[in-house]
Design a protein around this ligand. Structure first.
Ligand SMILES: Cc1cc2nc3c(=O)[nH]c(=O)nc-3n(C[C@H](O)[C@H](O)[C@H](O)COP(=O)(O)OP(=O)(O)OC[C@H]3O[C@@H](n4cnc5c(N)ncnc54)[C@H](O)[C@@H]3O)c2cc1C
Length: 431
């Protein structure tokens, strides 16, 4: 493959290869070009396609999603995770031996409120200005209509249900998150289609949402190319490193000579990172969505229902419900009953939705959240060479966190730490 690095071309710009054109890779490519680099994006699949987690997420740009997935006392729920294969979080038995070390670290990272607060403070630094950064990116990519900043809503059946999540809201408040409470009457007025069993709304005005994540990623990839990024349709397999300097990215279609590279391959990043000395415990937190075309009822504001642990989001005329966490690895077949649970719950929230997944215009999807056990992505240099930068592991907040990640990863690609980065994101924390 002829795609030489800077020395060979005479192009004085540093040549950075970005592996993966999910939302994180696209944001990284755009920011690397902005920082003055020549960029090649490498991915065997099309940007915005259903294969990627960035396609099927719930579209939340939730700058307040700073809680790690595991909270104090989560260990008490472990028997339920193993016993109920259809619970909101389930671990498939045959996969348990492989997942166990990750699960233990996952439980430990949320063991005390102090640890949870540390994670929340770190995540807040990544997510704080996400809605504004995405509005800017969407504007540049010529799709401003895809990003909105109209707030996000959490709905509860009762105050007791809200208070059961008090720790989360207390921790969020300490990071500067503010919210409005909507009583039952306000909720009825603002969300006329929502079932009346919901009596309390928590409205976070600062947050935003994306009206079509797949289309957004496709637009970002197109924008990167219009700024000059080359695209190589191949799968990255490893790196050629000589005397601590990166010489090339190896793909299944030959080598790409380069000066720097970013690993943005989502849930499939761990082997690439390990090949440059960074052993990151990365697990797929498999999630599902069900999507109903031409739904006539639904939320005015995208909402998370505490009783169903799902997000209901109206996306350009389609209603999507996303959620569920299943620990079963990258290769196990989908368990569509989990998407059907989301569908059934959605039908209890809004009247008049199609009864089954076989109905015309109802689609189900499985995706792989790239998750570290502490809920914080790895953004920083690899152990074997600072020329390779890790930018993956965003778990539940990859859409939201991608914009700032792109800026940080681009800075690392140019060889220096970003001014507002903290070691909480350093891949070396797992060494
Ligand atoms: C049900 C669900 C709901 C979610 N809701 C939200 C939400 O509302 N808000 C939010 O912020 N986040 C949400 N997320 C999480 C978010 O979608 C992910 O964190 C994010 O999409 C990860 O993006 P990524 O670019 O790292 O990975 P991906 O989107 O998976 O992209 C990785 C890319 O790398 C490519 N690739 C893989 N291996 C290679 C290789 N060897 N060589 C070249 N290319 C390779 C793949 O083809 C792919 O295109 C949700 C996730 C799920 C499952």
């Amino acid at each position: 493959m002829s795609n030489p690095g800077s020395t060979a071309t005479g192009d004085p710009r540093r040549h950075a290869v970005v592996i993966g054109q999910g939302v994180v890779g696209c944001a990284t490519a755009i920011e690397a070009i902005r920082a003055g680099m020549r960029v090649t994006l490498v991915d065997a699949e099309a940007a915005g396609g259903e294969h990627a987690c960035s396609y099927g997420n719930s579209g939340w740009l939730s700058s307040h999603s700073v809680m790690p997935p595991a909270l104090p006392g989560a260990w008490r729920k472990v028997p339920g995770w193993l016993a109920d294969p259809l619970g909101p979080l389930a671990v498939r038995w045959p996969y348990l031996p492989r997942a166990l070390p990750w699960l233990l670290r996952y439980l430990a990272s949320g063991w005390t409120e102090e640890r949870v607060q540390r994670t929340a403070d770190a995540l807040r630094s990544l997510l704080r200005d996400a809605p504004a950064l995405h509005r800017q990116l969407a504007l540049e990519a010529n799709v401003p209509e895809l990003i909105e900043q109209r707030g996000l809503l959490h709905v509860y059946r009762s105050r007791a249900e809200f208070e059961a999540e008090a720790l989360g809201w207390r921790v969020r408040a300490r990071t500067g998150v503010q919210w409005e409470e909507w009583d039952a009457a306000t909720l009825r007025e603002r969300e006329p289609d929502l079932h009346p069993r919901y009596n309390l709304g928590i409205f976070v005005a600062e947050a935003g949402s994306c009206r079509d994540p797949g289309a957004y990623v496709a637009a970002l990839a197109k924008h990167a190319q219009s700024l000059g990024a080359a695209l190589v349709r191949a799968r990255a397999k490893g790196f050629r490193v000589e005397a601590g300097r990166l010489r090339a990215v190896a793909t299944d279609d030959g080598q790409i000579a380069c000066d720097a590279a970013a690993i943005c391959a989502g849930a499939r990043s761990a082997a690439l990172a390990a090949s440059v000395g960074s052993a990151v415990p990365l697990e797929s937190e498999r999630g599902y969505h069900v999507q109903i075309d031409a739904a006539t009822r639904g939320p005015r504001t995208s909402m998370m229902a505490a009783d169903g642990k799902l997000i209901a989001h109206a996306m350009n005329g389609r209603l999507r419900a996303g959620g569920q966490v299943e620990i079963a690895g990258l290769d196990a077949p989908a368990d569509w009953r989990r998407a059907d649970i989301l569908h059934a719950h959605l039908r209890t929230m809004f009247d008049g939705l199609p009864p089954t997944a076989d109905w015309p215009g109802v689609r189900r999807w499985l995706g792989h959240r790239p998750s570290t056990p502490d809920g914080i992505p790895c953004i920083g240099p690899a152990a074997a060479t600072r020329d390779v930068v890790l930018a993956f592991g965003h778990g539940h907040v990859g859409l939201t966190g991608s914009a700032r990640t792109g800026k940080w990863a681009a800075r690392w690609l140019s060889g220096a730490p970003p001014a507002d980065w903290t070691p909480a994101f350093d891949p070396a924390r797992f060494a």
